[in-house]
Write a protein that binds this ligand. Structure first.
Ligand SMILES: Cc1cc2nc3c(=O)[nH]c(=O)nc-3n(C[C@H](O)[C@H](O)[C@H](O)COP(=O)(O)OP(=O)(O)OC[C@H]3O[C@@H](n4cnc5c(N)ncnc54)[C@H](O)[C@@H]3O)c2cc1C
Length: 416
């Protein structure tokens, strides 16, 4: 039966949900307070990452975070501040950072990543969006120290065990693979299972497809409030009008925690800010790479090379800390020694906020308190990769059909 569905948020998660819901014959409206041209879904590194099997909340992260806490140019930064939501979130993060919980999360993360990668390929094959960059060259984890090598080999072994394609490259194999730029690295772990895309190409194409397919897209319209009657959302009130849909999907990225409060639902979520620098000149870089010691993601996108990085917990804001952007350029040069990122390119840096749950797993599923509310958020560092899988799962949840994978781990009201 066709339903009238409002999706709050037009990032990759909201648009992917609209894509699969529309295919099932629903009347879909996406509401976004922006013009859908900026933020996390536009600045990200475009990786499709079956290789990122270790959730962000893992042993050692808190210690590392505290060490870096007062260094505003470090790759992982928590701004010291008095914020009870942040304290609670940090406590849940700490509780989630155990070996047992990480081991439990690994296969789930792998499954949803593979599902999503296949769906990206399905979208491409369908021709719905026309042509767009979707490459499967894999991802190089470039390392300069033994410590990083040892760390990554542990991950690589787990990934191999799960059936992901991984191999080691020595310096000469690396030079052969990336012949047009000098790389200062001891070697690389090559996750052949990964893919990459250009978000600033995919997002407008998806938006256009949805409009043509009959999805209503409302931009520059902010959801301000919701009215609940008899355990159901009766009204969604925006800056422009009031909606009374059958179903609501909350896909508001880093803002989803604030909106949940209006529903009296606790959704522990923090914004993890990151930045990107685009270099539109030829760089010689042809392989996506993570520069391990610098914690920087490098992606050869359609028409430019992107350098992305940092995870900054400083609340919801789009303030660009220049020292952190400069650290991305400096960190890139440590590996690509001949690369010069210009001051203009640095000055043109953009930012976006990852919606980060305390255990690194997304929130995908029905609310237990509000009948017609479904959550689709909290994807942290994997939100781009997991957009299509989330959209597909959301359509299955709303249609009450068997989901493509077990989604128990994504319960939006799970206990931490
Ligand atoms: C630097 C960087 C690099 C990254 N690299 C990768 C990567 O390589 N691979 C990967 O998988 N992930 C990556 N990510 C993470 C990924 O980009 C995010 O997880 C993902 O984009 C989140 O998508 P979203 O749709 O949930 O949220 P968003 O893209 O933030 O969209 C949420 C939307 O909701 C709207 N909204 C919020 N509140 C309201 C309201 N009240 N009313 C109406 N609209 C509202 C906002 O305007 C926004 O457009 C990266 C992120 C960053 C910052």
């Amino acid at each position: 039966m066709s339903k009238n569905i409002v999706i709050i948020g037009g990032g990759i998660v909201g648009l992917s949900s609209a894509y699969f819901l529309q295919k099932e014959g629903h009347q879909v409206t996406v509401i976004d307070k922006s013009d859908i041209s900026s933020g996390a879904s536009f600045v990200n590194a475009g990786y499709l990452t079956p290789s990122h099997i270790i959730p962000m909340a893992s042993p050692g992260k808190i210690t590392q975070g505290i060490k870096w806490m007062f260094n505003s140019s470090s790759p992982f930064y928590m701004k010291p501040r008095w914020d009870t939501d942040f304290f609670k979130w940090s406590w849940y993060f700490h509780k989630s950072s155990t070996n047992a919980k990480v081991e439990k999360a690994i296969p789930v993360i792998k499954d949803i990543n593979i599902l999503s990668r296949d769906l990206f390929e399905g979208i491409k094959a369908s021709g719905d969006l026309g042509d767009f960059q979707l490459e499967r060259k894999g991802l190089l984890m470039l390392y300069q120290t033994q410590k990083s090598y040892d760390h990554e080999m542990e991950v690589a072994e787990k990934a191999s065990f799960l059936g992901l394609e991984v191999r080691e490259l020595n310096q000469s194999q690396l030079a052969e693979m990336e012949p047009n730029i000098a790389i200062d690295a001891k070697g690389a772990i090559h996750y052949e299972c990964d893919g990459h895309t250009t978000p600033t190409e995919f997002m407008p194409k998806m938006l256009q497809y949805l409009k043509n397919a009959g999805v209503t897209i409302k931009t520059n319209e902010e959801v301000l409030d919701v009215v609940i009657k008899a355990n159901k959302i009766n009204e969604v009130r925006t800056s422009k009008q009031v909606y009374s849909p059958d179903e609501i999907v909350l896909a508001a990225g880093s803002w989803s925690g604030q909106l949940s409060k209006k529903l009296n639902i606790k959704l522990p979520l923090q914004a993890g800010k990151g930045y990107r620098i685009n270099v539109s000149r030829p760089t010689g870089i042809s392989m996506p790479a993570v520069l391990m010691e610098s914690s920087i993601a490098v992606t050869p996108m359609n028409g430019f090379t992107r350098f992305a990085g940092t995870m900054e917990f400083s609340g919801i804001n789009t303030y660009i800390r220049k020292e952190r952007v400069a650290a991305i350029a400096a960190g890139a040069k440590k590996f690509y020694t001949e690369l010069e990122i210009t001051n203009e390119e640095i000055a043109d840096a953009k930012t976006g906020m990852r919606p980060v749950s305390p255990d690194g797993l997304p929130y995908i599923g029905k609310s237990k308190d509000v009948e017609n509310l479904t959550f689709a958020t909290g994807h942290a560092m994997m939100g781009w990769s997991l957009g299509p899988a989330t959209g597909k799962l959301i359509a299955e949840i709303i249609d009450d059909t068997k989901t493509s994978m077990n989604i128990v781990a994504f319960n939006p009201q799970r206990k931490f």
